[in-house]
Design a binder for this molecule. Structure first.
Ligand code: PXP
Length: 240
């Protein structure tokens, strides 16, 4: 099972001040030291967090794999083709959303998604589609010849009862089985946390999880004590 760490929210904190820290490129080095098997970033059309500069530097510095998430837009796919990361995940994108809501509607935009997959595969980039764990979307993903699907785990993560969580987990399990039968590599992600990840990580067909917000959140907490101690030491040194 591979862990790809999504660093979008390191960039979110930086963009809150339009400054140079924290740098997702430095975070990527540390994530790899922690055992990340890949680094994922979502270059949104509005550039609200990750910037082109981040992707360019990550491609030069990441020693594992860069998985670039982009919308199914010819200009974004064109950037991916020019940059040639090892992996691209095509995601739906709406300007007003706080985070990616829902998976790609592959059936409604089969020709656009198919064209993007062809373009990316033509450039030697492994292409995955971020989709809801539903049979018809999985069939459509196989039809457009995606290499992989990333199953949207948001409904599982947001389930408000144990019964609903079990239903959503079963939905993910059947989706993973069907995807694998159709020859697709199975990834999953969105909303996974230290508390809810285990049952998803145990799905046998699933070979990669993309996890971001909970890891960045936890990093803020476990790193806070040291960060304050180092600043306090500096202040005390000034008066020594
Ligand atoms: N996978 C995809 C396609 C995403 O868009 C995101 C969120 O950017 C994630 C996984 C990670 O979700 P989270 O930040 O909730 O772990």
């Amino acid at each position: 099972m591979r862990l790809y760490v999504n660093l979008d929210h390191v960039a979110t904190v930086r963009q809150a001040r339009q400054t140079v820290e924290p740098d997702p490129v430095r975070a990527a080095v540390l994530a790899e030291l922690g055992g990340a098997d890949g680094i994922t970033v979502h270059l949104r059309e509005d550039r609200r967090h990750v910037q082109d500069r981040d992707v360019e530097l990550l491609l030069q510095t990441v020693r594992t794999v860069v998985n670039l998430e982009v919308a199914v837009e010819p200009s974004m796919v064109g950037l991916a083709v020019a940059w040639r990361p090892q992996a691209v995940t095509l995601v739906p994108e709406r300007r007003q959303e706080i985070t990616t809501e829902g998976g790609l509607d592959v059936r409604a935009s089969e020709s656009a998604v198919g064209a993007a997959v062809q373009r990316l595969h033509g450039a030697g980039i492994k292409t995955s589609l971020f989709i809801d764990p539903d049979e018809d979307v999985i069939q459509a993903s196989a039809a457009v010849q995606a290499a992989a699907i990333e199953l949207h785990t948001g409904e599982y993560a947001n389930a408000d009862s144990e019964a609903e969580q079990i239903t959503q987990l079963e939905r993910l399990r059947s989706a993973a089985r069907l995807g694998r039968q159709l020859g697709l590599a199975i990834h999953a992600g969105h909303g996974l946390t230290y508390h809810n990840v285990l049952p998803v990580a145990a799905i046998p067909e699933c070979e990669e999880l993309n996890i971001g917000h909970t890891i960045v959140s936890h990093a803020v907490m476990v790193g806070m004590e040291r960060a304050v101690r180092e600043m306090k030491a500096l202040l005390l040194r000034a008066r020594a």
